[in-house]
Design a protein around this ligand. Structure first.
Ligand SMILES: [Zn+2]
Length: 91
């Protein structure tokens, strides 16, 4: 599987580390519910189909990338940078 890093171009998945679900939203600081905190930390879906994932290019530019990947075919549908350099940097 190749991931098209916005900085480095297509690279082998072996250069990357999966960092988690890209759809999770941290509960607001005002939400002191233990259930919301537990859901954010532990509850995960196992979707069949298109899914947003966070990958870290540790053996490359060290960027975190938001990858849209089909979990059935492993086809990469889009890649974009996360963080302060992300504006307008998509592939
Ligand atoms: Zn890279």
């Amino acid at each position: 599987m190749l991931i098209d890093c916005p900085w480095c171009g297509p690279r082998s998945v072996e250069e990357f580390t999966y960092r988690g679900d890209g759809t999770l939203k941290r509960p607001a600081l005002s939400d002191r519910s233990i259930d919301a905190a537990n859901a954010y930390v532990y509850d995960r879906e196992n979707p069949a189909g298109d899914h947003m994932e966070i990958w870290h290019h540790g053996n490359g530019c060290r960027s975190h990338i938001l990858v849209k990947r089909n979990t059935l075919t492993h086809k990469i549908l889009s890649c974009e940078l996360l963080g302060p350099y992300s504006a307008g940097r998509k592939k």
